[in-house]
Design a protein around this ligand. Structure first.
Ligand code: KG4
Ligand code: ZN
Length: 349
């Protein structure tokens, strides 16, 4: 069974084709396979504005989605008529941007007379490690760290997600991006901040680790950005010489909180597998620290391939395929292309 997936929730247009092998009732042994994918990032489009401009995002998705779909079909050596279902990101995300992917998915579905399926963007991130050859096994703890979300989840199987803790204000990616902006780094900033941090001392500034010792598994990153701002003001003209130290100290604060809370979630549940997903999952300091802590505790950590950490179409096609394979969802010929810009992950089943 061939499933085309379309991602257009924010500033990346992604399209991909995955295949569920026939007769694979027991998913664990044979997860769906990625056949072909194509991606266009709008980062350069939004950089001059310091963040995503929703109207520009929607317009760019409109221009990109059909050529990307053509590229995916060409790369797959299959025909449009071979597709069995079309999946799209239904939410959460920017309403106008989501509507582009949903509209194209439903138009394709209607013209090919095949069913469509709306997918939760965060479920796409959560299941993205299954795109790698070394896929995790259920159950596991998931640390979902993207630009808009920071959540710890107990994942028992496809569609069986329990939120154990989440950020009460800024997401980890937001903390990276807002701090990066204060250091004069262009949007989105997280990756560049981490590159600058390589040349700095993580102990140079003692930035706050909010909720580090709280009993729950929640996060709070808004205070960190304020602390970085205060320090930048204090440094005045010296700021330019201190950028690397500030970057390293900011990153150290974010990483320490993410690692300690993940370990706490593993200890509380007794689970021995951690899955990290979302854009911040590409951060090498986070990966190094998690790897070393988890090694000590005999815990296996899985990450998506670097290219699947940030938004992409493969994770949406994969999440749809895994839901269909696990009989959690059935695509339908309902082409009303409804989207859910605000859609909590614990409201899917
Ligand atoms: O998951 P994602 O692509 O988009 C959302 O669904 O939000 O995540 C984007 C976020 C941005 O905040 C970006 O700065 C951050 O992931 N990010 C990183 C790195 N690569 C991407 N943050 C820290 N280090 C990185 N290497
Ligand atoms: Zn995302």
């Amino acid at each position: 069974m061939l499933i085309l997936g379309i991602e257009s929730s924010c500033d990346e247009t992604g399209v991909a084709l995955v295949e569920i092998s026939p007769g694979t009732g027991a998913p664990q042994s044979s997860w769906p396979k990625l056949i072909s994918q194509a991606l266009h990032s709008q980062i350069a489009l939004h950089t001059p504005y310091g963040g995503v401009v929703p109207e520009l995002a929607s317009r760019d998705h409109i221009q990109r989605v059909v050529p990307l779909t053509r590229a995916v079909m060409q790369g797959s050596h299959r025909q449009l008529e071979d597709i069995d279902a079309v999946a799209f990101t239904k939410g959460p995300g920017l309403a106008g941007a989501l509507l582009v992917g949903a509209g194209v998915a439903c138009a394709l579905g209607a013209s090919l007379d095949i069913p469509v399926l709306g997918v939760h963007h965060l479920e796409g991130h959560l299941l993205s490690p299954f795109l790698s050859a070394d896929a995790p096994s259920f159950p596991f703890i998931a640390l979902l760290v993207s630009g808009g979300h920071t959540q710890l989840m107990r994942v028992l199987g496809v569609g069986e997600y329990e939120i154990l803790g989440e950020s009460i204000d800024d997401a980890a990616g937001e903390a990276f991006d807002k701090s990066a902006k204060l250091l004069g780094i262009d949007y989105p900033g997280g990756k560049e901040l981490s590159e600058l941090a390589i040349h700095g001392n993580p102990l140079a500034y003692a930035f706050p680790r909010p909720l580090l010792h709280s009993k729950d598994l929640n996060f709070s990153f808004a205070g960190l950005k304020t602390a970085v701002l205060t320090q930048c003001k204090k440094l005045g003209g010296e700021l330019l010489n201190e950028r690397a130290n500030l970057a390293a100290s900011t990153q150290a604060a974010i990483v320490e909180v993410l690692v300690k809370k993940s370990i706490k979630a593993l200890a509380q549940t007794g689970l021995k597998t951690l899955v990290v997903a979302g854009g911040v999952g590409a951060n090498s300091a986070l990966r190094m620290s998690l790897n070393s802590e988890c090694r000590k505790l005999n815990i296996r950590v899985h990450y998506p391939e670097l290219e699947f950490c940030t938004d992409n179409g493969a994770m949406i096609a994969m999440a749809a395929a895994m839901r269909i394979q696990a009989k959690r969802s059935s695509p339908t010929k309902d082409y009303s292309f409804e989207v859910s810009p605000r859609w909590p992950l614990d409201q899917i089943n």
